[in-house]
Structures are given as C-alpha cells and as structure tokens.
Design a protein around this ligand. Structure first.
Ligand SMILES: *Cc1c(COP(=O)(O)O)cnc(C)c1O
Length: 498
C-alpha cells in the first residue's frame, strides 16, 4: 500500500467515491454467477450473502480508502458466491474421524447401519404406530417396539429405553433407590467425560452414596457389613475409561446379586458400553455383555446404544420384570423417553444382531473395530501417492499406529492400525509444531473436515475409519483443495502479506 497518500481530507472523498462505486444489492444479485447460485440456494440466502459482502467492502473502504479492487464487480461476485456457500453449509457438519478413536463422543460416536438409516428415514417420512396397538386399535407402549428384541438378546425378562445411558442410570437410581442408600465400591466412583460423575448422579437421583471397600480392593464382607435398614440398592459401575491393576480385588456380579437378594434389595449394574456381540469371537479384546450380568442375577443392567452396540444414542435398561416396571412408572421415564426416529434406528440395529447373518459386517462400529491391519494398510498404500508431494512443506509416510475403541470402552486395549504421518521440513522444532498446527487447521477447513491427531512430531491420520470406497473417494475428491486452504492460513498468520 502506498503510505504517502493518506491525507485525511483526501481520505474522506476517496472513501465516498469508492463506496459510491460499489454495486447496488440488486445489481450484484443480477451478476450471472450470483444469479445461477441464487437458483440453487434461494433468493433469501443469496440476498443475505450479497448484503454481507457489500457491508464488508464498505467497511474496508472506510478503514482503507485506497483499496484497489474493493469495488471490482467480479471480485465482489466471487466473494458473494463464497459467502453464499458458507451460509448454506449446515452447522451440523459431517467430518472424517481419523483421530484413531473409533467411538468418538465429540464426533458423534457410532455411524449407523444402512438398515438403521433406512428405518429412520421411513419413520421420519410417515406417521408411525409408536404408541398405538395395531391389533386392537388401542393405546400402545413405545417400549414394546424394542423390548422383545432386547429381552431375546440379553436374556432379560423386561426392558425399557431412554435418551442415553447417563439418563438410564439416573432413572434407575431414582426409581429404585431415592431416599435410601446406594452402596458402591470405592474403586467404581467413575467420572465419564462431560460431567457424568457417579457421586453427582446419585445425588441428582436422590440416593445417598455409601462407598464401601478401598480404591483397589473391595470384598464381599465390605458390602455385607454396610447393609442396614437404610440401604436401597447395590450398584456396580463398569470402570469404563480406566483400569485398576496390580493388587486388586472386586466382588463378582453373581456374589453381589446374592448379597443384595439375601437382604431383599435390588442389584444394579451400569455396564456403560454394552456389547451385544461376542468380542472374543470377533478377535477383539474381551468385553462383558449385558447377558453376562443378567445371568449373574442383576436386577437391572444399563448400557449405551451408541457405544459398542453401534446403534443410535440411547440408554437401554434390561432386567427383572418388577424392577423394570418400577422404573417405567417413574416420572423421569416420560422426561427421558425416546423419539420415533431413535426407536426405529435402534430396532433395525438390534435386528442385525438377532436376525442378521453378519453383524460384524453390517454394524459399522463392529466393522471398523474388526478391520484388519492388512486392509487398513491397503487403504494407506492407495492414498499415499495422492498425498505425498501435495504440500511441499511436508513429508508423508505410512506409520504403524494403534486405534482406541473410545467412549470409555475397553480403555487399555489398542487395535493395530496404519496412519498417514505428515512431518514438517522446517528447521526448528517450534516452526515444525506451528506448521503441523497450520496443517491440522487446513484439514479442518476442507468441505468435509478431516480430523486427525498431532503426536510425536507428526500429524497422524489413522485410516481405520476410512473404510468404505465411498469415504475413500470423498477423501481423495477434496484433497485438491488442501494446498489452497493451507496457503490461506499462512497468509493470515503472517499478518496479511501474501
Ligand atoms: C458411557 C458411560 C455412561 C454414560 O453413557 P451415555 O450413553 O454417554 O449417556 C455411563 N456409565 C458408564 C460406565 C459409561 O461407560
């Protein structure tokens, strides 16, 4: 910019002149490219984009009167198109989860099975017999849509479903133990991300928490000696996001059920993940199933719909008929109930487990978890030629890595996988870190953002979750935009010099 020309009297006039040369809203809307985009996105949104772009230009001219091209119609039209694309883009954005955490709570956990997606779309499109008995035309119970399936899959007598597992635990505690003591081992006072802490949930449910045993060791006698006239229930929580190892002891479910029943109180198990498949048979780390806790004598078992089960977000409660009936009568059940879309998706997912020939193929979460290292390596080798050399500042290699299951499922187990690892050529460590963060940001700016992870001096994209041909094509299809996004971020960082 030519510094010498900023005389204030001249500023005013130049500014006014330049602003006067800005096209009118309707003129910019009539620009052929903008008019074409208006067909696609609608007049309302196009006008909004054009207004914003003209406002920006006016502001820029006020701040910096000699701004060559600020009133250029072609540049303004291009800016309006870009703004229109931004405005039209939904806030709910889908992304590529290449973080290496398969069930990622911040990225929406489990992708749904095609059957579940189809069922959801049908339920969305039409009225549905949600609480309507098609046999006699009377009022029905929405839980019945999935209760039979859940009972068959877990061996339970009865089942009910709510919005999520935190809600399921809250509801079960409130219905079975409000105003009374809930006994739980000191080793299980869990905190799951997002402020789900067992002591707080108990308090919210109106239960009095009574800790028994020690952090690493809890014995049957700890429970037996704690039971008194105020005891309402015994609770077992799956220590889902950590593991206590070393000198440890916990009381098996069957023993806890025995102690609870000898005193006429219920035994509640919060399983967290709730795998419905035999993980060991799939070559995955062992994971207890709801049917194990039911067989051990639990009165109520709660688990999530969108963790290892691979369905929609839901909290599932299975157990004894009387306990489930008490839970269903609690007013919170109404407040936490599932909508028809989730019920449709959950039913379709459960059917894949009960009736399907290959849940490990058809439930995406299971398919991702059971993907072999060889398959992931093949994906990585196909992608490598497309990414190496894409950005001159980086060197890309295939690196072994270890995926996590995520969402507190099987916290210590890792699945061998392959990542594209981008390393910066910059001289200093600080520069390299900055470049990696810039690359990370550029990947987030792609039309379908790519979320990776920086570790050990490289940006790593774990390819376990880039599993379908469609995903691979979509990933490759937007790569050409990466250099531009990367360059644009550099300009901003360096304070405006192109
Ligand atoms: C994940 C988890 C929860 C919370 O489940 P949401 O479905 O996220 O509400 C509760 N308890 C345990 C043990 C968990 O692992």
């Amino acid at each position: 910019m030519e510094e010498g020309m900023t005389d204030s009297g001249m500023d005013m006039n130049t500014t006014r002149d330049a602003r006067r040369r800005l096209p009118a809203v309707d003129a910019l809307l009539a620009h052929p490219a903008v008019a074409a985009a208006r067909q696609r996105h609608g007049h309302r949104l196009a006008r909004r984009a054009v207004r914003q772009v003209l406002d920006d230009a006016r502001r820029r001219l006020a701040a910096e009167p000699i701004h060559p091209g600020a009133d250029d119609g072609e540049a303004l039209a291009a800016a309006a198109l870009e703004r229109l694309d931004e405005l039209a883009r939904p806030t709910c954005r889908t992304v590529f989860n290449l973080t290496g955490t398969v069930i990622h709570t911040n990225l929406g956990r489990s992708p749904l099975a095609e059957a579940a997606i189809a069922a959801m779309a049908e339920a969305a499109r039409h009225p549905m017999a949600l609480e309507y008995d098609l046999e006699d035309g009377g009022r029905g119970d929405r839980d019945r849509l999935v209760e039979g399936l859940l009972c068959e899959l877990t061996g339970a007598e009865a089942a009910t479903v709510v919005n999520n597992n935190a809600g399921a635990v809250l509801l079960a505690l409130g219905a079975l133990g409000a105003g009374r003591e809930a006994l739980i081992s000191r080793g299980e006072l869990i905190e799951i991300g997002g402020a789900f802490r067992m002591p707080d949930i108990m308090q919210a449910a109106g239960c009095h928490l009574r800790e028994v045993g020690a952090t690493n060791r809890t014995h049957p006698r700890d429970f037996e000696s704690a039971i008194g006239e105020h005891t309402g229930l015994i609770v077992k929580a799956h220590t889902s996001n950590y593991a206590i190892t070393g000198f440890t002891a916990s009381v098996p479910d069957a023993r806890l059920a025995e102690i609870a029943h000898a005193h006429g109180i219920p035994f509640l198990v919060d399983l967290g993940s709730g795998a419905l498949a035999d993980f060991a048979a799939l070559g995955l780390p062992y994971e207890a199933q709801p049917s194990d806790a039911i067989a051990a004598g639990a009165d109520v078992v709660t688990f999530s719909g969108d963790k290892l089960l691979g369905g929609p977000q839901a909290g599932i409660l299975v157990g004894r008929r009387a306990a489930i009936a008490t839970i269903k009568r609690h007013p919170l059940k109404r407040a936490l109930r599932l909508d028809k879309l989730t019920l449709a998706a959950l039913e379709a997912t459960l059917r894949l487990y009960r009736d399907g020939d290959a849940p490990a193929r058809d439930v995406p979460t299971l398919a991702l978890l059971t993907r072999t290292e060889a398959e992931i390596t093949a994906t990585a080798e196909r992608l490598l030629p497309h990414v190496s050399g894409l950005l001159g500042d980086f060197n890309v290699t295939l690196a072994p890595c270890a995926s996590q299951l995520g969402s507190g499922s099987l916290p210590v187990d890792r699945l061998p996988s392959r990542a594209l690892a981008w390393r910066s050529h910059a001289d200093t460590r600080r520069q390299r870190e900055r470049e990696l963060r810039r690359l990370e940001a550029a990947l987030r700016k792609l039309p379908r953002p790519v979320i990776g992870r920086i570790s050990d001096g490289a940006l790593r994209l774990d390819l376990r979750c880039l599993a379908t041909a469609a995903d691979e094509a979509a990933f490759l299809g937007q790569l050409a935009e990466l250099p531009g996004r990367y360059a644009a971020l550099g300009r901003k960082d360096d304070g405006g010099t192109p």
